[in-house]
Design a binder for this molecule. Structure first.
Ligand code: SF4
Length: 313
């Protein structure tokens, strides 16, 4: 059986003259046996939970128990509102993505989209587009079905998990989903949405998963902000009609292959990257979290991290 294909979904949507969101909404209704309006309502409820997480994070109240994360989403939003934004839409999306990430770190209620670690990117981008560009809520809800369809294809062909494929699989996939949805709400075609997916994934290809102490806090907070910005940039390329010479399904497959080639130290063990910096190790020790194995620590001191820090793979 052929693996799911984003190119095929695009062809189907374009054949029917609908967006990816509408195509996936109708599929979901057909598969679940529920009527379209009920399925749409369920997605709208999910978006409402996302909006509540954003509000909670932007309030500055969400703080993680470790003390590593909390208050930065509010800081970015305040800078934006004070006119200190590099770009209003990017700042709004980053603040909202960080807000959800902070709520997740504080064990609050979030919607995994597609995972808890990367949960800020899709709501960050879509709720910023509502606020800054005035996108109507019903369009956001429909576009979320398209984003879910993109996530399904990536899950089947590659991975959505940091432990399996590094952060490229988590925040990269979330950025790809958000990029497709952003293209749709901004009036782009399904083919343009697929191009945005291709660029989002390509531009985050190889991104490692390296949480300090194994906590989904640092670098995850910044990665959610970065994923939101990457999604908007990819959407821009798609909307402009830039076409990647490599078909999107092949880029998804490449992401899966890169993930499989990554050493275990860079796949959510907390044994590599930012987690293995002297400060990362000190923070983990202060929090009483298990230190990386000695081989990984030796790698951090310049003794061949590529060989020594892969957890024995
Ligand atoms: S660094 Fe790892 S845990 Fe953090 S968001 Fe990325 S994949 Fe998730």
């Amino acid at each position: 059986m052929n693996p799911p294909s984003l190119s095929r979904l695009v062809a189907e949507a374009e054949g029917q003259g609908v967006g990816l969101g509408r195509l996936m909404l109708e599929r979901e209704a057909a598969e679940s046996g529920l009527d379209v309006e009920r399925v749409r309502r369920r997605m709208a409820e999910m978006l409402e939970v996302m909006a509540q997480s954003v509000a909670e994070g932007l309030s500055g109240r969400a703080r993680s128990e470790s003390g590593l994360v909390g208050g930065d989403a509010r800081r970015v939003e305040e800078a934006r509102r004070a006119g200190r934004a590099v770009d209003d839409l990017v700042a709004a999306a980053a603040a909202r993505a960080m807000a959800v990430s902070e709520v997740n770190a504080a064990m609050g209620r979030i919607v995994a989209a597609p995972t808890a670690g990367a949960a800020g990117i899709l709501p960050g981008v879509l709720l910023a587009l509502e606020e800054v560009r005035g996108v109507a809520r019903h369009r956001t809800v429909e576009a979320m079905f398209g984003a879910a369809g993109v996530g399904d294809v990536i899950a089947a062909r590659a991975s959505l998990s940091g432990a399996e494929g590094g952060c490229q699989a988590e925040t990269g996939s979330a950025a790809a989903m958000a990029a497709a949805a952003a293209v749709e709400v901004l009036g782009g075609t399904p083919a343009q949405a697929a191009q945005a997916v291709a660029f989002a994934l390509q531009n985050l290809l190889g991104l490692v998963c390296d949480p300090i102490g194994g906590l989904v806090e640092v670098p995850c907070l910044g990665r959610n902000a970065g994923g939101a910005a990457a999604a908007l940039l990819a959407a821009q390329l798609g909307l402009a009609g830039v076409v990647h010479p490599v078909p999107v399904d092949e880029i998804i497959d490449a992401m899966g292959a890169v993930g499989r080639a990554m050493p275990a130290s860079l796949r959510e063990t907390g044994w590599g990257g930012i987690a293995l910096t002297p400060t990362g190790r000190a923070v983990a020790a202060r929090l009483g979290l298990a230190p990386p194995p000695e081989a990984a620590q030796a790698g951090a001191e310049g003794e061949g991290e590529g060989d020594g820090a892969d957890g024995g793979e």
